[in-house]
Design a protein around this ligand. Structure first.
Ligand SMILES: Cc1cc2nc3c(=O)[nH]c(=O)nc-3n(C[C@H](O)[C@H](O)[C@H](O)COP(=O)(O)OP(=O)(O)OC[C@H]3O[C@@H](n4cnc5c(N)ncnc54)[C@H](O)[C@@H]3O)c2cc1C
Length: 172
């Protein structure tokens, strides 16, 4: 009887064992499902109140002095900060209004989903006379990343390599 129980337990363990790939798929599927659920309840930001300190009377924290302050850690700000930091004597402060990015931001074209999240500043165009007919009040969504990595963290990750003949012939 005991041997049978052991065999059943071993069989169960072997059959239910998940491979690292299964775990990876499960991890991403769970996170995508969460992002989808958040997108369904999404309300565009109305103002910048989320950027204000919750305690207006709190004393500012003194982080010291810097040679350079880079506002925005998006595509250009991050590259600029990384390049500047190669000069070891420079003291650089890099500021970002958005949150940290995560594994989902590395998946091309999940950007469509992130447009309905707090990773997007939530801008809209002004009402258009001849465009944005599918949008409320003819105001198109104008996505911009509000997250470490900026718009590159919510973009499509498309890239096109220029053909040198186009540039040589002035056809750009
Ligand atoms: C939906 C979408 C899809 C795209 N698809 C592609 C693509 O497939 N291929 C491609 O090549 N390009 C694509 N782009 C364009 C590309 O992502 C952007 O051109 C590029 O990321 C812009 O870089 P940037 O440094 O100018 O600005 P951003 O990367 O947007 O960086 C600006 C940063 O500054 C921060 N910031 C703003 N104000 C403040 C403040 N007051 N204090 C602190 N931080 C602040 C923002 O939160 C943000 O992180 C796409 C863009 C979007 C929005």
């Amino acid at each position: 009887m005991e041997i049978l129980t052991v065999l059943i337990v071993v069989f169960h363990l072997v059959m239910c064992q998940q491979t690292p790939n299964d775990l990876k798929v499960e991890y991403y599927a769970k996170n995508i499902r969460n992002a989808l659920a958040l997108a369904e309840d999404y309300q565009p930001r109305q103002n910048n109140s989320d950027l204000l300190a919750t305690n207006q009377n709190a004393s500012p924290i003194d982080f010291g002095e810097f040679d350079f302050i880079i506002v925005g850690s998006g595509s250009s700000g991050s590259a600029f900060a990384a390049k500047m930091s190669e000069i070891k004597t420079f003291k650089i402060l890099s500021l970002e209004a958005g949150d940290y990015n995560d594994d989902l931001t590395k998946i091309p074209y999940l950007s469509t989903l992130f447009q309905k999240s707090d990773r997007n500043w939530g801008y809209f165009s002004s009402p258009q006379k001849n465009a944005c007919f599918g949008w409320i009040d003819n105001r198109c969504s104008f996505p911009r990343g509000k997250i470490l990595g900026g718009s590159s963290a919510i973009d499509g990750v498309d890239y096109i390599r220029g053909n040198k003949a186009d540039f040589d012939n002035g056809h750009h």
